[in-house]
Design a protein. Structure first.
Length: 178
């Protein structure tokens, strides 16, 4: 009755790869959505990984990449963190058991992290924003929450100017190597 089956999370150490030994890869995860606008609009002071409380149809829709964090933000309500404004589209095969695409979703964090982040979020000018949603190596949906401070217009311009100059330097280095 004992069959030679690999478990779902196991990684084969022999064969299948390039010659030259076994390479240990870092943690494998699948990014579902990333909030790129947040990196432009805000200065990220700190970030923490937290879990998401989801329905089955939401998880299946996320695996198809139907998640948008464009207008999402995080609020503290009754000593709990809630992800608001996140849009997870309907899962096509769910039928009548589908979910509400814009419903608030509870975020799961340890009490130490909650105290630290919620306390800092109450300070003037600081906000909690979802930065990225992904599935970890065990297939569990996680959200990276950032404690951010809004950038002023001149800060945004300075960041764009620095990025452009860095890009120009890298292009010049590539041309010089040829």
């Amino acid at each position: 009755m004992a069959k030679n089956k690999k478990s779902k999370g196991s990684v084969s150490k022999s064969g299948g790869g390039k010659a030259g030994g076994n390479k240990k890869s870092g943690p494998e995860f699948t990014i579902v959505a990333e909030n790129r606008k947040a990196r432009h609009r805000y200065e990220i002071l700190d970030q923490v990984e937290c879990g998401l409380m989801l329905m089955g149809s939401e998880v299946k829709a996320m695996r198809e990449g139907k998640l948008s964090l464009d207008e999402a933000y995080i609020r503290v309500n009754n000593n709990e963190l809630w992800l608001i404004g996140c849009d997870i589209s309907h899962y096509r095969n769910a039928g009548m058991w589908n979910h509400d695409p814009r419903r608030p979703r509870k975020l799961l964090v340890h009490s130490r992290e909650f105290d630290a982040f919620a306390g800092k979020a109450q300070e003037r000018g600081l906000t909690l924003v979802p930065l990225r949603v992904f599935f970890n190596e065990r297939g569990i949906a996680k959200c990276v929450m950032g404690l951010v401070k809004g950038k002023k217009l001149h800060d945004k311009r300075a960041a764009m100017k620095k990025r452009d100059s860095d890009r120009g330097l890298q292009q010049a280095m590539r041309i010089r190597k040829r």
